[in-house]
Design a protein around this ligand. Structure first.
Ligand code: C5P
Length: 205
């Protein structure tokens, strides 16, 4: 069984993916982390994420990077979004994701193009979304909780910019697969969103 969970940043996708993987007992791959590792490796190498050679060289990142909390930062999220535009970077990360998806016993992957490119054959596809304002508010609250000194309008602008880049790129843009099921979490608390996602997957399977 393969479950694909796609959607934009701060939609609740990551939390929902974790909860679904625990509920159905499936190994989980957060594919955004792979792009974040490439972004971070570019930074370590002193490269430019918009430069294809720099981005491609960074695809051979140190595996230990995947556990580095710095990968979760907004700053590295921006780098990840910039390296993920390059077709050759996506190609370099593709096989690893496809292998994970098609392992014996099944898997759950979350990202932007799981239902469309990595596992079009997935048994259940969810597309998680929420308004940019809701997502910015969630990100803002989360960062304030961690003691960061942030401005809501900056976060909203960043989210809109990242959406535009993810949706507008030629290679594997962020779009909902034809056979995906939409879950808008704008007006749902996270627990309710998780319960709704489980009910949706139960219905699909
Ligand atoms: O999901 P997350 O915010 O960690 O992803 C970081 C960036 O990596 C996204 O903005 C997106 O540009 C890119 N990404 C992607 N394809 C995926 C997962 C993430 O292009 N499957």
């Amino acid at each position: 069984m393969i479950i694909a969970v796609d959607g934009p940043t701060a939609s609740g996708k990551g939390t929902i993916a974790k909860a679904l993987s625990a509920h159905y007992g499936l190994p989980h791959l957060d594919t955004g982390l792979l792009y974040r590792a490439v972004g971070r490796q570019v930074e370590i190498n002193g490269g430019n994420p918009d430069n294809i050679s720099d981005a491609l060289a960074a695809c051979y990142f140190d595996e230990a990077l995947l556990n580095d909390p710095i990968l979760r930062s907004e700053h590295i999220g921006g780098f990840a979004s910039r390296v993920s535009v390059h077709v050759d970077v996506r190609r370099a990360l593709d096989q690893r994701q496809r292998d994970f998806a098609h392992q014996i016993g099944g898997a759950l992957l979350d990202g932007r193009d799981i239902g469309t490119v990595i596992a079009p054959d997935a048994d259940a596809k969810l597309f998680i979304t929420a308004s940019p304002e809701t997502r910015a508010k969630r990100r803002f609250d989360e960062m304030m909780r961690h003691g960061a000194d942030v401005v809501y309008d900056d976060i909203l602008a960043d989210i809109i910019k990242r959406d535009e880049r993810d949706i507008g790129r030629a290679a594997a843009p962020l779009i909902m697969a034809d056979d995906a099921h939409l879950l808008d979490t704008s007006n749902l608390a996270i627990d309710a969103a998780v319960q709704r996602a489980i009910a949706m997957v139960d219905d699909i399977l």
